[in-house]
Each structure stands twice: as structure tokens, then as C-alpha cells.
Design a binder for this molecule. Structure first.
Ligand code: DAH
Length: 349
């Protein structure tokens, strides 16, 4: 026969010893559950004679009551402890200083590219873009560069293996012909983008670099419009004091063509008209002028190839190298610095 006092002692001790709600539940099943010793004893009461049954029933009920009350008290103690533990665990200390994450900023090339583009958006141009893997038709043919033209080799074209007539564009000029075959004049676009040439890497050459192309086609467009526009651009990039000069040059897609120089801002030779006095200037080598971009009036052949009547419309175009501008303006001596992703270099701009 069950020793009731012992059972009570064990049960209360076990309840008191629990440290989690799960343990408490196990203790409940074990001491007052349907198959507990207590439950069995209570079920066995029917076998006793009435006197004994009454007495023992009372005792067993008292034990059950005591254990259930202990369970209940323990439950509220453990539940409170669990809640406090969770609150402590999930507590956010808003006074803790955050880990410092240094703010990022656009790459110098991106900054310069955006400055150029912004200058033209200010003049009413829109931005156009084209693919970097380009067909020879757009990169060369429509730009009046026939298959045997030396420019094709001079530009050290990178061909895309396995595709007939697909190159990595050697300049952003193909976007001119994409826009002109797509849209009737008036057209005014700026085209920023990456271009590729099979150049050997050195301090001034990289097989991938960045250009911004500009194109304006309308009626009665002259070289004077080109000149005024480029002066605006150079002053936006290099400062309000800069002057420009156009030297005759050749590009297959413009006629006439010009190489455009900006006056050197590092010495005053151009302003003073005195080249000799600046012979020690490392930026302009004492000439007072820095070559900065290529430009010209859109060749009538290009307009015709794009379905535009050169008798009715005329236009100008230019292409500027973003790396070169950034190097001149920000004193970067080596083009490789732009692509090395050295945080010490990047943090300077
Ligand atoms: N596409 C030429 C190059 O990459 C640059 C250029 C020159 C673009 C004259 C033009 C232009 O639009 O008119 O060397």
C-alpha cells in the first residue's frame, strides 16, 4: 500500500526542484497525471471497505490538493522567471553607440561622368545608352568607317568570339547611329558608357575606359553651335576661366573634324599668350593647352546612312574621355588607379 506521506513529500520536493515549465509539466504528469501512483491509488479506493475508503479517500484528496496547489504556485514562479529572462534577452540598449559604417560615395569616374551628363541635361539634352557588345554595322559601317579603313585597326578592336560581326564597342559613337536610325531630328543626346580596346595597360592606357558622346542634329546647326557648347562643357568641368581652341583633325564620321584643347589651368601660359614662360608646367608641357576631346560636324554620309537628309539637317558630335578629364582635374597620374579598387585611392575623392 502506498505510503501517502512519503508520496506527498516526494511530489512536493519534485515540484519545488523544477526549473523550467517543461520540467514542471513532467512533474505534473508523474505525480497527479492519469497514470500516477496517486491516480492509481484513488482508482483502487473502490476495492476497500466503506469505512477505510472514506478515510483513505480523504487523505488522497488532500495530497492531490496539496500537490496541485504546489504545481500552480510553481507555475506562476517559473512563468514569471521565463518572462523576465525573455525581456532581458530581447532588450535593446538604445544608448549603445552603433558600430561606425563609413559612408560610401560614387567612384571618381562616376562623379566626373555625372558632371558631364548633368551639364548637358542642363542644356536640354537627354541621356541615351547602347550595348557594349555592338555590331560592326553600328560601331563602324554606319559611322562611315568602311571595312578596310585604318581606323578599324588603329582602334585595336576586340572581337567577340563565336559571333559574326560583333565587337566590344571601341567608342560610344555607335549610339549616335542607333539614335539617328530610331528618331527623327531634332535630336540632342549625351551617351555615357564603357568602351574597349585591345591596348596594353600602362599609366595612360587601359583596355576598358569611359567616354561620353554628345550629338545634336537639327536644322541650321553650325560649327559655332559646337564651339559654344564645348566651351560651356569645359568651363563646367575645369572652371569659369577656361578657354578652348579647335584644331583641325580627322574622324571618318565628322566633317570637318576638330581636336579640342582646353586652356591649362595649372599655369597661365594660354591666358598670357606666352608659352615659353610655362615650360616647366607638367600638365601642358608649356604649350598652355591640353587636348581634351574630339568633335566635328556630323558627316553627311552618316546622316544619309541613318535615313536623314543632309540637305535639310545638320549636326555636331563630340566624344570625351572621362578618365582623361578625371586625371587632369584631380591630379591622378596613373589610369590604373581607377580600376585597382584600392580604398586609400578611392577615399581621396
Ligand atoms: N569616337 C572618337 C574616339 O573614340 C571620339 C570622337 C571624335 C567622337 C569626334 C565624336 C567626334 O563624336 O565627333 O576616338
Amino acid at each position: 500500500m502506498t505510503d501517502i506521506d512519503e508520496l506527498r513529500r516526494q511530489a512536493l520536493e519534485a515540484v519545488e526542484a523544477t526549473t523550467t515549465l517543461d520540467e514542471l509539466d513532467e512533474a505534473r504528469v508523474r505525480y497527479v497525471g492519469r497514470r500516477s501512483e496517486l491516480a492509481l491509488a484513488q482508482r483502487g479506493l473502490g476495492d476497500l471497505d466503506p469505512e477505510e475508503r472514506k478515510e483513505r479517500g480523504k487523505q488522497l484528496n488532500a495530497v492531490r490538493g496539496a500537490v496541485e496547489q504546489a504545481l500552480e504556485e510553481r507555475r506562476s514562479v517559473l512563468a514569471q522567471a521565463a518572462l523576465e529572462a525573455r525581456l532581458a534577452d530581447e532588450r535593446l540598449d538604445l544608448t549603445l553607440p552603433p558600430r561606425r559604417v563609413p559612408p560610401g560615395r560614387p567612384h571618381l569616374l562616376t562623379q566626373v561622368e555625372e558632371e558631364i551628363v548633368d551639364a548637358f541635361i542642363g542644356l536640354g539634352y537627354r541621356v541615351a545608352e547602347g550595348p557594349e557588345a555592338e555590331s560592326g554595322a553600328y560601331n563602324f559601317d554606319l559611322l562611315n568607317i568602311p571595312p578596310d579603313h585604318p581606323t578599324r585597326t588603329e582602334m585595336d578592336t576586340i572581337y567577340v568570339e563565336g559571333y559574326e560581326d560583333v565587337v566590344l564597342r571601341t567608342h560610344t559613337s555607335p549610339v549616335q547611329t542607333r539614335v539617328l536610325t530610331d528618331q527623327a531630328p531634332p535630336v540632342a543626346v549625351v551617351v555615357p558608357g564603357r568602351v574597349y580596346r585591345a591596348d596594353t595597360v600602362d599609366a595612360t592606357h587601359s583596355p576598358v575606359f569611359t567616354q561620353v558622346e554628345g550629338l545634336l542634329v537639327d536644322t541650321d546647326i553650325t560649327m559655332a553651335h559646337l564651339r559654344g557648347t564645348l566651351l560651356e562643357l569645359c568651363r563646367a568641368l575645369f572652371g569659369a576661366e577656361r578657354e578652348i581652341r579647335l584644331r583641325p583633325s580627322f574622324f571618318p564620321f565628322t566633317e570637318p573634324s576638330a581636336e579640342v584643347d582646353v586652356s591649362c589651368g595649372f599655369c597661365d601660359a594660354a591666358q598670357r599668350g606666352d608659352a615659353a614662360g610655362a615650360a616647366d608646367c607638367r600638365v601642358c608641357s608649356g604649350t598652355g593647352w591640353i587636348e581634351i576631346l574630339g568633335a566635328g560636324m556630323v558627316d553627311p554620309n552618316v546622316l544619309s546612312a541613318c535615313g536623314i537628309d543632309p540637305e535639310v539637317h545638320s549636326g555636331f558630335a563630340f566624344g570625351i574621355g572621362v578618365e582623361r578629364v578625371a586625371m587632369l582635374r584631380n591630379g591622378v597620374a596613373d589610369i590604373r588607379d581607377f580600376f585597382d579598387a584600392d580604398a586609400r585611392f578611392l577615399a581621396r575623392f
